[in-house]
Design a binder for this molecule. Structure first.
Ligand code: SF4
Ligand code: SF4
Length: 250
């Protein structure tokens, strides 16, 4: 594995060549605010809250740390300069105007400073900040069932024509990654409801608990995921713990 040396806020960090700055910072316990970054997905460069100042040679510029890979030794990164704080404040103000009542947005704003959103039109009853994580997650799953629709103030994430989508397998990945928890998903009496569509949930072969939808199972099998590995997360963990114990008891 090729490694590079990066200095973040004066701290020397050894990173994998090509690793994104936000992940290097996290691995070195340096917090960079972000909304649209999820470790399972590549940087979306959408909320831009993770901006940092990067100096390479004599050149200093502002970049989004979720989409900037460390390719060379000697990169100097500052996460909290006056310029960054000022720019971040504007971004937070916009975010607040977008979803003023959302708990996650309120928490993020509280953590990174007060904002003045008086210049912007405030949304009402909106929790979606259009970060795009849900759409990306759906693409990664291989479904592309949801997308950004409409423009301007009516812009939103939805299925085509707000109808039940035949591409949706009810896996819930979009809801799991949504930072503001605004995608409604309900599991009740063996039925999952999401994006206006109902899915029958299957029971885990081991413990009998409900865990995936029929459509999700078909989707996984088509992708050559072995049938025997389709057990719920809790059983997977228990199996792993049992195997660990066996190894250490030898
Ligand atoms: S639940 Fe449907 S829309 Fe959401 S990620 Fe899965 S397939 Fe895509
Ligand atoms: S629904 Fe959630 S994940 Fe999707 S764009 Fe809106 S805030 Fe982001």
């Amino acid at each position: 594995m090729d490694t590079v040396k990066v200095i973040i806020n004066g701290k020397e960090c050894i990173a994998e060549k090509g690793q994104f700055l936000i992940d290097i910072a996290k691995a070195n316990r340096i917090g960079i605010p972000h909304i649209c970054h999820h470790e399972a997905l590549r940087g979306l460069n959408s909320c831009r809250l993770c901006i940092v100042e990067v100096t390479e040679g004599k050149r200093t510029r502002v970049v989004t740390s979720c989409a900037f890979p460390a390719m060379n030794d000697g990169l100097v990164v500052e996460t909290n300069t006056d310029r960054i704080k000022k720019m971040r404040k504007v971004l937070l103000s916009l975010l607040r105007a977008e979803a003023p009542d959302n708990a996650y947005v309120t928490k993020t704003i509280k953590a990174f400073g007060a904002t003045d959103s008086s210049r912007y039109e405030m949304s009402t009853g909106n929790d979606c900040i259009m970060c795009g994580l849900c759409v990306k997650a759906c693409e990664e799953v291989g479904c592309t069932a949801i997308a950004t629709v409409n423009r301007g103030t009516t812009k939103k994430i939805s299925t085509p024509y707000d109808m039940e989508s035949s591409d949706c397998i009810g896996c819930g990945s979009c809801a799991y990654v949504c930072p503001t928890e605004c995608i409604k998903m309900e599991d009740k009496d063996g039925i999952r409801t999401i994006w206006g569509k109902e899915f029958k949930l299957l029971q885990c072969n081991v413990c009998g608990g409900y865990y995936i939808t029929e459509e999700q199972r078909e989707h996984l099998l088509k992708r050559n995921i072995p049938e025997e590995s389709l057990v719920c997360e809790r059983c997977k963990k228990e199996h792993f713990s049992r195997e660990m114990v066996k190894v250490f008891m030898k």
